[in-house]
Ligand binder design. Structure first.
Ligand SMILES: *Cc1c(COP(=O)(O)O)cnc(C)c1O
Length: 360
């Protein structure tokens, strides 16, 4: 090719989303993308239809109303919030603004697959460090930091393991990093971890910590693409310079605001999730399938080996159930299963039980 793309771009392996259909089946249960079984909040659906009549108008460029609503709901300062097209875009802002050719972005062994993609998009070098038994290792991260490191990215709770660092460990990492390194705490699953605030205090206190959050998971708005970040004003100001002024549409802004203003939504969804997550975890273990305690809205089931995971995936598909293969995350023997509602979880457990009984 005579056209030469920027360095790093051809290193990007395309992101693979969870499958959403099975040929010839109309009763598919999609448990492959950690979506909310309750869907979006009714108030958000109403806001979307109301906003539709105004789409000839350009949207707000400063997102002031949405930032104020987020600040109120989470007890944060609106001027330290930036909104993006999913939290993925906020992660893209921080990489593009603070890392480039010759710089390193550290992420962990089973970290979210977007992290190396975002590093390459910025022309930076992704550096992967080992975890300890499927949990992020603060010591390994600190040992991997060099003069060239600009950003450390991790999700807490993590995807696809569902494990998390306790707040003290997160604080030890944040305070242990040199001042030239930004710690990104990706909080996509924060709400599902009881009593946890996503690293908000660290982002408030330290100039080099960015917390990212999303409307895609507990708020059930993944199809609409809205996320946000919280950090020191200086970091937000830098990122705002590379944010397109109209990155979020009128419809996105209205839906997100209505969702975050519904104070009952998160507690209702997380209560359902906690109960069904415990039920699914218990059932897997009863069937002799290994899994760590999850702090998110999915469970990583670890089977005997890759062949067994493939067999289970096919057995579930035969029952119309889609889960996520996670070989690319270093778990060839694993299947990540989104926690559904009571009926969906029952259907999944029944299919797993049928597979196990079919083996005997
Ligand atoms: C789902 C997910 C996100 C959310 O991405 P959006 O762009 O906000 O939809 C971010 N990080 C992790 C680890 C996730 O699993």
């Amino acid at each position: 090719m005579s056209l030469t793309p920027q360095a790093g771009i051809m290193n990007i392996a395309l992101y693979e989303g969870g499958k959403s259909s099975i040929a010839g089946r109309s009763d598919v249960l999609k448990l492959s993308s950690n979506e909310n079984p309750l869907g979006p909040p009714p108030a958000a659906i109403k806001a979307i239809s109301e906003a539709a009549v105004d789409v000839h108008r350009y949207p707000s460029t400063d997102h002031a109303e949405l930032r104020a609503a987020i600040a109120k709901a989470y007890g944060l300062e609106a001027e330290r919030i930036i909104c993006g097209v999913g939290s993925d875009e906020v992660l893209q802002f921080v990489c593009q603004a603070f890392a480039g050719a010759g710089d390193e972005i550290v992420y962990t062994e089973h970290g979210f697959s977007m992290y190396p993609i975002l590093a390459h998009m910025a022309g930076a070098t992704p550096v992967q460090v080992a975890e300890a038994e499927r949990v992020v290792s603060v010591d390994n991260i600190l040992a991997a930091v060099t003069e060239a490191t600009r950003i450390v990215m991790l999700a807490n709770p993590a995807n696809p393991t569902g494990t998390m660092l306790p707040e003290e460990e997160l604080a030890r990492l944040a305070r242990g990093l040199p001042a030239h390194v930004i710690l990104v705490i990706d909080g996509a699953y924060t709400e599902y971890a009881e009593g946890y605030t996503g690293g908000a205090e660290l982002a408030r206190d330290l100039p080099n910590v960015l917390m990212t959050r999303t409307f895609s998971k507990v708020y059930g708005l993944g199809g609409l693409r809205i996320g946000w970040g919280y950090a020191a004003r200086e970091m937000i100001d830098v990122m705002t310079r590379i944010r397109q002024p109209f990155n979020l549409s009128t419809v996105q802004l209205a839906a997100a605001q209505a969702a975050v203003e519904d104070a009952n939504w998160v507690p209702n969804c997380t209560r359902l999730n906690a109960a069904q997550r415990a039920r699914l975890t218990g059932a897997l273990r009863q069937l002799g399938v290994a899994c760590d305690a999850s702090h998110a809205n999915f469970v990583l089931a670890r089977f005997g080996d890759e062949a067994e995971a493939v067999a289970v995936d096919l057995a579930l598909q035969a029952e119309g159930i889609l889960v996520r293969r996670v070989k690319g995350y270093g778990f060839p023997e694993g299947l990540r299963m989104t926690v559904g509602d009571e009926a969906q979880t029952g259907r999944l457990i029944a299919a797993l039980t049928k597979w196990r009984e079919g083996q005997a």
